[in-house]
Design a protein around this ligand. Structure first.
Ligand code: AMP
Ligand code: FE
Ligand code: FE
Ligand code: ZN
Length: 281
């Protein structure tokens, strides 16, 4: 089983990168990709553990981007060179902007519920972590305001909430170019998931394909059967490969490892196209 989309606590998963790789090995997965939001800070620990346990590891990342008309999208990057300055600068800018944005959300929340920014920082465990709304959710849980992340998002942290604030994100087509220039393989994460919010028109996927997009993540729990069928059509007509993944976040979300998987030929195609870093085996 190959699962190309997982998160550790270096972004908004709940396990250390090592514990995540250990769990995947215990569950007999053949290969996983570690794809924390806007950071590669978990790569070394995950690679060390994967080498030790003999499970395949695709070092990756999930870049927060937006379309020209402001729709938020996620772009998976596989096997890029983490020292490529243009890409590294872009994600460092995003992480820095997320800190100010989290402080703004906390300021808005603090008017109505007990929370400080230090409470949020207490939920961040590792250097280089991407601070996001899930850490604010964890602080609300620790302070007894809500029971779990789900309730925190439903009551306080969803996109339309009066406590919501945005952060800097890179343009989607530019993100595809940056990933390719860094030797990585770009795959559009959950592109058709209307249940997550606004989605982009197929014309943008066509533009991204012209800029070097390699694949689309079609098999994902946030896609309905009709959205999956449409995704397969889009992939076929644009010559993109198709992935399936869990988007596992530890206990932060109900998603389970390998609940959707990717075909071995697709992993081989990713490996063949990448020139940044190799798959760890
Ligand atoms: P941010 O990147 O800071 O805007 O936060 C978005 C992240 O929050 C996503 O990557 C999801 O993993 C997580 N998230 C969104 N909605 C929920 C939810 N209802 N329960 C748990 N996590 C969520
Ligand atoms: Fe997430
Ligand atoms: Fe995502
Ligand atoms: Zn994800």
């Amino acid at each position: 089983m190959i699962d190309l989309h997982t998160h550790s606590r270096v972004s908004d998963g709940t396990q250390s990168p090592r514990a995540l790789v250990r769990e995947a090995a215990c569950r007999q997965l053949h290969t996983i990709a570690l794809t924390d939001h806007d950071t590669t800070a978990g790569w070394d620990d995950a690679a060390h553990e994967a080498g030790r346990l003999g499970i395949g590891l695709v070092r990756g990342m999930e870049i927060s981007a937006r379309s020209a008309d402001g729709v938020s999208i996620h772009l998976l990057s596989y096997l890029h060179d983490p020292t490529d300055a243009a890409l590294a600068d872009e994600i460092a800018r995003a992480r820095a902007s997320r800190v100010g944005r989290a402080q703004r959300i906390v300021d808005l929340l603090a008017v109505d519920v007990p929370i400080t920014y230090d409470d949020v920082l207490a939920q961040v465990h590792d250097e280089g972590t991407t601070v996001g709304r899930p850490h604010i959710a964890d602080a609300l849980v620790a302070n007894g305001v809500v029971r779990d992340r789900g309730e925190a998002f439903a009551r306080y942290l969803h996109d339309g909430s009066p406590y919501y604030a945005t952060h800097y994100t890179v343009d989607a087509v530019q993100a595809v170019r940056l990933v390719r220039a860094a030797g990585g393989v770009p795959v559009f994460a959950h592109p058709f998931a209307t249940r997550r919010g606004r989605t982009v028109p197929d014309s943008l996927i066509e533009e991204m394909a012209a800029a070097g997009l390699a694949g689309v993540e079609v098999h994902h729990r946030d896609h309905s059967p009709a959205e999956r069928a449409h995704g397969l059509d889009v992939a076929r007509s644009l010559g993109l490969f198709v992935t399936g993944s869990s988007d596992y976040h530890g206990s932060g979300k109900p998603n389970q490892l390998a609940e959707n998987t990717t075909e071995p030929q697709v992993l081989a195609a990713i490996e063949e196209q990448a020139t940044g870093v190799p798959v760890v085996r």
